[in-house]
Design a protein. Structure first.
Length: 76
């Protein structure tokens, strides 16, 4: 359980690092005007990679890669 929590925390830091590198050096964060595609959560238990492709308000396309904890884990 502690390992799972550590992985989740590290994943969150990874997401923040990716978001910060993708953001346009402003205090407002990501400029997402339109979501083009997003990797679906496949319901697996464990860490899985996700990809978000979006268009900013200037019409430029960006890809954001990050990790999530899959939704398929049960608490039993």
């Amino acid at each position: 359980m502690k390992n799972l929590l550590a992985i989740a925390v590290l994943s969150l830091f990874s997401l923040v690092a990716h978001a910060e590198s993708a953001a346009s050096h402003s205090a407002t964060g990501l400029d997402i005007a339109r979501v083009i595609s997003q990797t679906p959560d496949e319901g697996v238990c464990g860490i899985q990679p996700m990809t978000l492709v979006y268009e900013d308000s200037q019409g430029q396309r960006h890809t954001l890669n990050y990790l999530i904890q899959g939704s398929g884990c049960s608490s039993n």
